[in-house]
Design a protein around this ligand. Structure first.
Ligand code: ATP
Length: 230
C-alpha cells in the first residue's frame, strides 16, 4: 500500500498563551476527500497553515508522501486558503495566464484546466461577470496549474450561494474521481457527509476522532457533540 499522502504527528500550536492545536495526529489516505471539521476557532485554519508551511508548529511534525516538507514536495500540493485576487476587468482566461506566470507554470495547460472546472465556454468573459461559484471555480483552476496530486482547500464553499455551493461540491467530487487527494476544512457537518470520504473532527484544538466518514459519522455521540457546536 502507498504511504499516506499526509501524516500529522502530535502537532501542537500555541499563539502566545492560546493553545490552538493540542497534540493532533491523523493520516490522510491517498485518493481521499479528507474533511477537517470543526466549529469556528477549533483550529482548522491553523492546521492548514502549518501543513502549508505558512505557520510553524510549536511541536510535532508532518510528512507529505512520507517526506519532510521541501520545494519538491510542495509542488505536489495546490492550495486554496483564500480567494486569490483576480482582476475584475480581465477575462477568466487572462487571469489564469497571470496566475500561471506568477506560479512559474506553462500556459499550455490552461485550456484543459478551464475545461476541468467547466469554465472553458466562459473563458473570454470578464471575471466581473462571473457568478460566485464561477469565481471560486477559477480559484480552483489556479490551484490545478502544475497538476498537483494534493489539493488543500480552506472552507471552499464559504460565502457562496446555493448554486455555487453545489457547483464546488460537485467539482471536488469530480477532482477526487480524477485521482486527486483533497484536504478541506469545513464547519458544516452536512457538507462533510455529502463530500468527504474521511474526516478529522476538531474541537477547541483537540482531535475528537478521525477516520472514514462511514465509521466516524455513524457514531451518534460524536455526531451529536460535533453538530451541537458546528
Ligand atoms: P475559523 O473557522 O473561525 O477560521 P478555525 O477552526 O479555523 O476557525 P483557527 O483560526 O485555527 O480556527 O483558530 C484556533 C484558535 O487560535 C482560536 O482560538 C483563535 O482565536 C486562535 N488564533 C488563530 N490565529 C491566531 C493568531 N494569529 N493569534 C492569536 N490567536 C489566534
Amino acid at each position: 500500500m502507498n504511504p499516506p499522502v499526509l501524516t500529522v504527528n502530535n502537532l501542537t500550536k500555541y499563539y502566545g498563551q492560546i493553545r490552538a492545536l493540542n497534540n493532533i495526529s491523523f493520516n490522510v489516505p491517498e485518493g481521499s476527500v479528507f474533511g477537517i471539521l470543526g466549529p469556528n476557532g477549533s483550529g482548522k485554519t491553523t492546521m492548514l497553515g502549518i501543513i502549508m508551511d505558512i505557520l510553524r508548529a510549536t511541536s510535532g511534525s508532518f510528512l507529505f508522501f512520507g517526506q519532510a516538507s521541501s520545494a519538491t514536495v510542495r509542488k505536489q500540493v495546490g492550495t486554496l486558503l483564500e480567494t486569490p485576487n483576480f482582476y475584475h476587468y480581465l477575462s477568466g482566461e487572462k487571469n489564469l495566464r497571470i496566475a500561471a506566470e506568477i506560479k512559474g507554470k506553462g500556459h499550455e495547460q490552461i485550456p484543459s484546466v478551464l475545461r476541468r472546472v467547466n469554465l472553458y465556454e466562459r473563458r473570454q468573459s470578464k471575471f466581473s461577470t462571473y457568478s460566485l461559484g464561477m469565481k471560486q471555480r477559477l480559484a480552483i483552476a489556479s490551484c490545478l496549474l502544475g497538476d498537483p496530486k494534493v489539493l488543500v482547500f480552506d472552507e471552499p464553499t464559504n460565502g457562496l450561494d446555493p448554486v455555487g455551493i453545489a457547483e464546488i461540491r460537485s467539482l471536488i467530487k469530480q477532482l477526487a474521481g480524477e485521482g486527486k487527494t483533497i484536504i478541506m476544512a469545513s464547519h458544516l457537518l452536512d457538507e462533510v457527509e455529502k463530500v468527504c470520504t474521511h474526516v478529522a473532527i476538531l474541537k477547541q484544538g483537540n482531535l475528537i476522532t478521525s477516520g472514514h466518514v462511514d465509521e466516524v459519522l455513524v457514531n451518534e455521540d460524536i455526531v451529536e457533540v460535533s453538530a451541537k457546536d458546528i
